[in-house]
Write a protein that binds this ligand. Sequence first.
Ligand code: IPM
Ligand code: MN
Length: 374
Amino acid sequence: MKPNATNAYKIAILAGDAIGPEIMAQAVRVLGLLSKHRDVAFELLEAPFGANAYFTHGKAFPDAAKTACDAADAILKGPVGLSHAESQKIPVAEQAERGAILPLRARYNTFANFRPIYLSKDMAHFSPLKREIIQDGIDILLIRELVGGLYFGEKERGINADGKRYVKEVLEYNEDQVRQVLVVGFEQARLRKGVLHNIHKSNVLMSSVFWNEILDEVHLDFPDIKVIHLLVDAAATALCLNPGQFDVMVMENMFGDILSDQGGGILGSLGLMPSACVGPEKAYYEPSHGSAPDIAGKNIANPYSMIGCVAMMLDMSFGMKAESDAVWAAMKSVFEAGYSTADLSSADSSPKIVSTTEFGDLVMTELERLLALG
Ligand code: IPM
Ligand code: MN
């Protein structure tokens, strides 16, 4: 969406489960600061969503959440899901992934998932990769198709003619679905370095042969973009050995799910990965990581990715690029000053470990300073 004339935005807040509410609380502080220092108003529509929503409302994606999301200009979603034991108390179809996340993606057709794999120079020590490999940091934009493929295909279980149990799930895409996400990939490549890595598995999968055919067609509209083809398995190796070769990567749903977690791995933590899930009408923003039930309630979770989601939302949904940049700059400055959350500690950097709320305090202090400058 484009910035609106009244500078008033409705945001659905789906705090989610486990560490969700703790990190969401820090992210929401950013919105408070912005309305104080800028001519903008945010109306927050809080709604139940995820595993706890199932226990309190009987559904992982209750009507109250649908109403809030339908009314919202953008959606901010925390991680969902509980421990394995707690999840077992929920019918499979209502477990948070199948019952909440996938239906949310389908409802708003959020076909383009932007997952920045980013480490500034001052955060480079968080990466488990050697300095000579990552040099001045990592800056990759992974674009994942988010509403098609195996995750949304037909599923079937049964007993075959030999009396054996079998399972079948279908990987299906139509040409429009492939084209629309490839266009996003090309557009982003054009905005960045003019190079697009197309990740596929066309040596085996018919779906990748199809994907690549559509890519060749879309490429005709982007003759200025250089396309580099890479098989998904080779891409996994390359991400570790030489991440600097990538700028924008585009791929189908499951490849993107797997490689984006590997992206978190080369950063040093999935806690450093916000993401934007963009559809034709609206986008929702979520950390790429899970709800970490083992550390919930301890005030130690890293709120970077949740705050980063706000930064992405400001830029991508509300056209507030300067303010988005200020949020990133504030977070960077906290790391630059040597602070980090527990998930990021590394022996050689002797970080000053801070809690969730302390990290939030440091970011807000710096952000307020930056916003006051103008
Ligand atoms: C992600 C998650 C989800 C996915 C799950 C929780 C449904 O792993 O956003 O990467 O597989 O897409
Ligand atoms: Mn995933």
